[in-house]
Design a protein around this ligand. Structure first.
Ligand code: NDP
Length: 278
């Protein structure tokens, strides 16, 4: 059996690989993936020092060719895929001077469109009882709660994947036109990218075909990584707990399916008066 974690050369993805290796044992092939071969090799040797023996495959989710190469490799070597953790993502720093239009386009591209690209390439390989986890974030709740009442109404109706794609395209178009706030969105590219991931999870879980394939997303909490400039209080291992829990849900479970979780608990997708981030 085989598990793949995107963007796992460092941070939460690194800890997810380590925990999966420990929990699944040596009959599983667990893959560290990295867009950069040298950073991947370095992670592999750090993981070996920590007593686990994952494998490595290059993966840049921004490159269709790289994603296709991984898909062909998995199909040829294992005839499919049992666990997919979509962890790779980016976030501009709060003090970035990059124009908002650029931040919106680049962030939505990697975090939403290119996570979807990985799904498009790898979902056809999912075996019975496969588990898929997307790293989302509680900032999606914050973005929902800061949206205009009209947009909140739209976001909380069940949406097809095509509607979610349209929503993400519209947000980027609005960012380029400088009219994000008129459209009811909060001015957060990262937050909206994770709204996209969350709505994508709900749509995919409704649509997925296959025997006992379970798709969920989660927030790892505020974690001490490069992404947070090491401000988060949680360790990468604490951050990996819920993603690993979801990636290893036993066969035949009835819940959680198509949910967003924080600390192993389902967080409903709803407007909450007086919302504050957990
Ligand atoms: P880091 O920035 O520490 O690590 C991100 C990882 O993703 C790195 O391995 C990075 O590779 C990789 N990556 C980025 N772009 C690509 C790409 N195009 N192709 C392949 N890999 C890529 O982030 P975290 O560990 O903090 O975050 C992991 C996940 O958790 C993300 O989805 C994030 O949004 C989410 N999250 C994190 C929170 C936190 O507090 N840290 C809170 C909520 C959610 P490279 O080294 O090459 O840059």
């Amino acid at each position: 059996k085989v598990a793949v974690v995107t963007g796992s050369n460092k941070g939460i993805g690194f800890a997810i690989v380590e925990q999966l290796c420990k929990q699944l044992g040596s009959s599983w092939a667990v893959y560290v993936t990295s867009r950069d071969e040298a950073r991947g090799a370095d992670a592999l040797s750090q993981l070996k020092q920590r007593g686990v023996e994952p494998r490595f495959h290059q993966l840049d989710i921004d490159s269709q060719e790289s994603v296709d190469r991984l898909a062909a490799y998995l199909k040829g070597t294992y005839g499919g895929l049992d666990i997919l953790v979509n962890n790779a993502a980016i976030a501009y720093k709060g003090d970035s001077t990059a124009p908002f239009a650029e931040q919106a386009e680049v962030t939505i591209a990697t975090n939403f469109w290119n996570t979807l690209r990985v799904c498009d390439a790898l979902f056809p390989l999912l075996k019975p009882h496969a588990r898929v986890v997307h790293l989302c974030s509680s900032v999606s709740d914050m973005a929902l709660n800061k949206a205009s009442p009209e947009l909140q109404k739209k976001l909380t109706q069940p949406m097809s994947l095509d509607e979610v794609k349209q929503l993400m395209s519209d947000f980027v178009a609005r960012a380029k036109a400088g009219t994000v706030q008129e459209a009811g969105w909060p001015q957060t590219a990262y937050g909206v990218s994770k709204v996209g991931v969350r709505l994508m999870t709900y749509a995919q879980a409704r649509d997925v075909k296959g025997d006992d394939i379970v798709i969920n997303c989660c927030c790892p909490g505020y974690v001490d990584t490069d992404m947070t400039s090491h401000k988060g209080p949680k360790t990468i291992y604490e951050g990996a707990d819920t993603p690993v829990y979801l990636a290893t849900l036993p066969p035949g479970i009835k819940e959680p399916i198509g949910e967003h979780l924080y600390e192993r608990k389902v967080v409903p997708w709803a407007v909450k008066p007086g919302f504050t981030i957990a």
